[in-house]
Write a protein that binds this ligand. Structure first.
Ligand SMILES: Cc1cc2nc3c(=O)[nH]c(=O)nc-3n(C[C@H](O)[C@H](O)[C@H](O)COP(=O)(O)OP(=O)(O)OC[C@H]3O[C@@H](n4cnc5c(N)ncnc54)[C@H](O)[C@@H]3O)c2cc1C
Length: 404
């Protein structure tokens, strides 16, 4: 991308309180590239939908932008099971004013949306450095120096969490690239690692996963699913329909209408009522073996039942890896550990460091930040940096709505 200047009103000062070096992830063996190119105006970390929308807005505003994505673009969506449909309506997922047209006027599937993301990148000729993971950020006189390494997949998802190497280091840390920038936007998402069921024997067995894979693989398998929100319910329905013998274990007494989509709830409730899907409310797994899962009441230790299972899906949600925020000195707030930021500008208390997209929400127990109510972050950041609105309109009405 060609580098135009930002508006004169936009100035960046960097606080003395920020540590001079926030490069906690440096592998000792890394070979440093001698000199980075001249600084860009902005570096966007993350090539998910919101990071890409920001990159379009910067391009159109003449702001020079370098963008890093640890995997392929949209890598969070790429790890969903094939054929997964968005819960959000297509028009709410549109980026930078580019229509998202589905062939059947239904909600977009994972595949359709990934195709859409590719077309957005091509249409605006975005220069995303894919398979390039930011592993450290240092303060410089004019802004920040990013250290990135080659990476074989995005942050989060089954491949990332199967890595034995420390998160952010990635498996391929042999060469390292330095990039200077005046500002940073962290659009890193928040589904980086599964919520762990600490202390449950057997959680690391090979037939236990936090990720619902290609449904076909569950044909004629006994599948025990732990969870009771959208992902668990959807996986239960899809496994049932491919011919699996499905049982659900859920902490709650019943499905919460605020956490299970209104079109999924009657289906799962009916199948449970009919005895076609097994149901153990108010339970939690206390032991997993290669053949079975032992369940106990949520509030008691004494097991109440053992369910035979060939596959175990622990669909109890995901958490954000906050290390880039922590290392930059951005305060993390509340139980969700959400990065502190100014609502009107999305700038964190560390001048020049912004946050966008679902990264804003931290590790949300109940998801409140989605793609549709994140478009407005793009508008706020572009306005804060350039003093102007983006060339496309970010439909602010979605910002105040529940996902649908
Ligand atoms: C089954 C399922 C269904 C869902 N349905 C919906 C839905 O209907 N509507 C909705 O809005 N949301 C839905 N979501 C959530 C959806 O995935 C997020 O809303 C969406 O991906 C957020 O976009 P984003 O750009 O904020 O972040 P992400 O898409 O998560 O993008 C962040 C990107 O940053 C990259 N990254 C992170 N750290 C680094 C680093 N250090 N260096 C380089 N790159 C990095 C990651 O690899 C990732 O690609 C669903 C999630 C699941 C699991």
């Amino acid at each position: 991308m060609s580098g135009g200047g930002v508006a004169a009103s936009a100035s960046v000062s960097v606080p003395a309180s920020v540590p001079a070096s926030v490069s906690a992830f440096a592998p000792a063996s890394a070979i440093l590239t001698p000199m980075p190119a001249p600084p860009s105006d902005v570096a966007v970390i993350g090539g998910g939908p919101i990071g890409l929308e920001l990159a379009v807005a910067f391009r159109q505003a003449g702001v020079s932008c370098v963008q890093f994505e640890a995997g392929a673009i949209g890598s969070t969506i790429a790890w969903w099971a094939p054929g997964t449909q968005f819960f959000s309506s297509p028009e709410r997922l549109e980026l930078a004013g580019v229509p998202l047209v589905t062939p059947d006027q239904a909600k977009a599937t994972r595949e359709q949306y990934l195709g859409y993301l590719r077309s957005v990148v091509r249409q605006f000729d975005l220069d995303v450095r894919t398979y390039e993971r930011v592993v450290g950020i240092e303060r410089t006189e004019t802004g920040f120096r990013l250290r990135s390494v080659r990476s074989s997949h995005g942050v989060g998802g089954p491949e990332d969490n199967a890595d034995a190497t420390p998160r952010h280091a990635g498996p391929e840390t042999r060469t390292e690239t330095l990039t200077d920038t005046r500002r940073i936007v962290l659009a890193i998402g928040n589904l980086h690692r599964p919520r762990s069921l600490d202390g449950v024997p057997g959680v690391t067995l090979p037939h236990v996963s936090h990720y619902f894979a290609e449904p076909h693989r569950y044909f004629k398998r006994r599948v025990l699913i732990v969870g009771g929100k959208n992902s668990a319910v959807e996986a239960a329905l899809r496994c049932y329909r491919v011919g699996a013998d499905v049982t659900l274990s859920y902490r709650g007494e019943a499905f919460d209408p605020r956490r299970v989509k209104y079109w999924l709830r009657p289906e799962i409730e009916w199948l449970i009522e009919q005895g076609r899907i097994g149901w153990h409310p108010c339970t939690r797994p206390v032991r997993i073996t290669p053949e079975a899962v032992t369940l106990a009441p949520v509030e008691a230790a004494e097991p109440i039942t053992t369910v035979a299972a060939d596959d175990v899906l622990l669909l109890t949600g995901y958490e954000q890896d906050p290390r880039l925020f922590e290392d930059l000195g951005v305060e993390l707030m509340g139980d969700a550990r959400a990065p502190r930021h100014e609502r009107e500008t999305m700038e964190t208390p560390v001048p020049g460091v912004y946050v966008a997209g679902t990264a804003v929400g931290g590790s949300q127990r109940r998801t409140r930040v989605f793609i549709e109510n994140s478009h407005v972050h793009v508008e706020r950041i572009v306005r804060a940096i350039t003093g102007r609105d983006p060339a496309f309109s970010c439909d602010a009405v979605y910002a105040s709505l529940e996902e649908s």
